[in-house]
Structures are given as C-alpha cells and as structure tokens.
Design a binder for this molecule. Sequence first.
Ligand code: ATP
Ligand code: MG
Length: 156
Amino acid sequence: EWIDLAEVIEHSLKKVELNLKSKGLNLSVGIPASVPLVYADGLRMEQIYMNLLDNAIRYTEAGNIDVQVSTAEPDRVITVIEDSGIGIPAEELPYIFERFYRVEKSRSRERGGTGLGLAIVKKLVNIQGGSIQVSSSLGQGTRFEIVWFTGGSKYP
Ligand code: ATP
Ligand code: MG
C-alpha cells in the first residue's frame, strides 16, 4: 500500500504522547506539508517508528526528542529521530542492531527491555527497501536516520 509517512509518524507520536509528557521531555517535530508516498506496509511502518520513539524516550532522562522528515533529496524521504539522551558508546554502536544486544553500562535496572527492538526495526526497514543508520555520542544523544525510496513518482 502507499504510505504517508507524515501520517504514520504523527499517529506513532500520539501513542507515545503520555509517555513523553510523564518524563517531561520536550518534543519537536518537523514534517513538510507534502511528503511523497512510499510503498510499504502500514503496520510495519508503525512498528518501526514506535520502536525508535520508545527507545528515544526510554534512554533520555531530560531534554529533547526531535523528529524530522526531509524531502530535500530527490526520490527519497529521510526521517530522523534524534534524542538528547544517554547515548551509546562508540565501541558498542556496531552491535546495537543485533538481537538481544543491550548496552549494559548505559542502562539502569529499571529500564526494561529484551534487546530485540532494533533488530526488528532493521529487518523491517530492509525488507521494505529502506536503510537505517545510527550515530551517537555518549552522554549527548542518539540519532537514527531512515532513508526510504519513493520510486520517483511524487503522487502515485
Ligand atoms: P526492547 O526489545 O524492549 O526494544 P531494548 O530497548 O533494550 O529492548 P533495542 O531497542 O534493540 O533493545 O536497543 C538495543 C540497545 O541499544 C538498548 O538496550 C540500548 O542500550 C541501546 N539504545 C537503543 N536506542 C537507544 C537510544 N535512543 N539511546 C541510547 N541507547 C539506545
Ligand atoms: Mg528498544
């Protein structure tokens, strides 16, 4: 089906709104008025963004969650989810998409989780033709960027 990423992201944000508020985190969102559609599965898309938002909130104690959609590059839509959280040590960054991998040092015990979220995210992104990249700096925050291809037709 043809997916409007703005819709998926706004819907996902609505679902985590209470969570965000209860942690006192700030949210900034930048979504262009018209976003080219991408061909994908709506439920998978939502699973991807819910996982990334869940992480951003879970691993951020104070500050900001920033969600951006960019259509500046031709034939692609780039989405960015960035937080000002605890960050990921550079030496652990290569492993975070592996199943059951968790960054032990940078989590407190009450931060529950199985370490499957990002493995699922990566798989769902890849089977839908997208790619995902992460950059992070310890104590500063983490940024996930997903590139989707629009197939070149802006209004299918
Ligand atoms: P779950 O299966 O519930 O998602 P999880 O959040 O521990 O568990 P992943 O989402 O796969 O598992 O993330 C793997 C690890 O990467 C996390 O345990 C955490 O250490 C680190 N991580 C993921 N996202 C972030 C983030 N935004 N900021 C800091 N660390 C992160
Ligand atoms: Mg997770």
